[in-house]
Every structure is written in C-alpha cells, then in structure tokens.
Design a protein around this ligand. Sequence first.
Ligand code: ADP
Ligand code: ADP
Length: 234
Amino acid sequence: MIVIENLVKTYPAAAGAGEVSALRGIDLEIAEGEIFGIVGPSGAGKSTLLRCLNLLESPTSGRIVLRGDDVSQLTGAGQRQARRRIGTVFQQFNLLHSRTVRANVEFPLELAGLGRTQRRARADELIELVGLAGKEKAFPSQLSGGQQQRVGIARALASEPDVLLCDEATSALDPDTTDQVLDLLAELNGRIGVTVVLITHELGVLRRICTSAARLDDGRIAETGRILDLVGTP
Ligand code: ADP
Ligand code: ADP
C-alpha cells in the first residue's frame, strides 16, 4: 500500500542555525488495511514525515510509493490528484467555522468539481457514517470537540482516499472522547477498509487501535513491528 524508501528531509540553514536533518533515511512499509501508528518524542520528525506523506512537503531525496505509484516527485495537476488519495485528519480539526457541517464535508468535493446534488448526497452519507446524522446544518461552534473531529474525519474521507492520515488527531480531546474517536477510526477501517496511519506522541493511542507501529527517533526509525513488541512500550 505505502512504501517509503530511504526518505531524507533536510531543512536548509536559517539565520543563526545550521541545516536540520529532520528525516535521515526512513524505510517503512505499511500494508493495505492496516492501522499503523507512528510514535516518537517531540522533534523526532513525525510532522515532517506526515507532511511528506500528504504531499505538502517535498522530500530532499527518497521515494514514497502509493499503490505502486511514486508520488514523491509529483508537481502541479499530478500532485493535486495524488493528494486526493490521502485524507488528513488534523489535531485542531481545521474546520471552516462559517460553514455548516454539511458544507465542510462538501468542501473537498466542491474543489474536485462534483455537482451540487451529488456533493450533498455524498456528504450526508459520510456524516451518517461518522455518527453525526441530524447535525448536517449545525455549525462547528455548536458541536463538541469529539463531534468536530468526526466532521474532520468525514471530510477527510470525502474523496475516497486510499489512506487516512491522522495527525495527533485526538491530542486536543479528553480521554473518553479520545477513545470514542479512536474506536470510530477502527470501525471505519473495518467497515470501508481504509488504511489508517496515525501519528501520535501518546503510546496509549497506539495501543488502543494500531495493528503495527514504528517508533521514530531523531529522524530515524528506531524500531518497527507489532505494538507489543516495541521496546519503547511501557
Ligand atoms: P515532531 O513532529 O516529531 O515533533 P518535526 O518533524 O516537527 O518533529 O521536527 C523534526 C526536526 O525538524 C526538528 O529538529 C525541527 O526543529 C525541524 N523542523 C521541522 N520543521 C522545520 C522547518 N519548516 N524548518 C526548519 N526546521 C524544521
Ligand atoms: P454500506 O453501508 O452501504 O454497505 P459501506 O459500509 O461499505 O456501505 O460504506 C459506507 C459508506 O462509506 C458508503 O457511503 C461508501 O460510499 C463509503 N465508503 C466506502 N469506502 C470508502 C472509502 N475508502 N473512503 C470513503 N468512503 C468510503
């Protein structure tokens, strides 16, 4: 599903500082249908890896192969198209506050050029899928944090991505809500088969739903395997 080969990301030197090696040669394989966790301390390179995976950042070298297609060197229309194969769920939800739940979920479909009727039908299906039926016309400010993240998940699924990439997606939520959102991700993984990649600094998050994981440290994979085998797992 996803093959990452010798991925390197070096940020150029800025005022008063030398260059930063954020990723120092990452090799990783994530199988179809997995819930794969990426864990590591602050500064380990998790966000950089995530921005490379969702094509917001170009790696310095190396490859990211998604279902056989090298997506790491794309530009322009090819890159925009490939981005639709990867849905991202953000820590702070990143919803449009002046738009309703339905309009938020419709937004990527609007960008993709889908007609109004189709957009609406698709958005309402997704809203139901994440357990928010009846909230179509609500505004984000009228929802709890957990509900807002459900909208974020529905929006990320709108383009039927191969991969759902979760960036500290539960870090802004309380423990009970965290568990509910994680359980929803596991349910979606089982039901629609979407591969989930979860980036987190919390081992508890990994343990609840991930099938496999990698621990990142100082821009390198320190270990990878089944959750319970990870040396760093307390
Ligand atoms: P994590 O998400 O695990 O906390 P990051 O990927 O944010 O790690 O950071 C890895 C390293 O790269 C850190 O040393 C960080 O300071 C550096 N870094 C991240 N983004 C940038 C950037 N845009 N410019 C320069 N250095 C960066
Ligand atoms: P049903 O409940 O009709 O049997 P599923 O449970 O397979 O259908 O899927 C429920 C909804 O999820 C459907 O609206 C379907 O279009 C949507 N769906 C299926 N696969 C994906 C995917 N990879 N990404 C986003 N949505 C999907």
